[in-house]
Write a protein that binds this ligand. Structure first.
Ligand code: ZN
Length: 61
């Protein structure tokens, strides 16, 4: 499984913008041929969500 990074809405930088963080325990779901991953931020433990390409989804399985 490859490392997945996503924007975390809770981990913000000095300019108060969401930052990219590693997603722990990503779960890939498919809906209407659109792939997405849900997981937890490695830094703060908050919930994360990211849309994936089909290739990305295949790599995570
Ligand atoms: Zn976070």
């Amino acid at each position: 499984m490859q490392e997945l990074k996503a924007l975390c809405m809770a981990c913000r930088d000095a300019k108060n913008k969401p930052t990219m963080q590693v997603m722990n325990d990503p779960k890939v779901t498919e809906k209407n041929n659109r792939f997405s991953a849900k997981g937890k931020c490695a830094k703060c433990g908050g919930n994360m969500f990211k849309f994936l390409s089909k290739d990305d989804a295949a790599k995570l399985k």
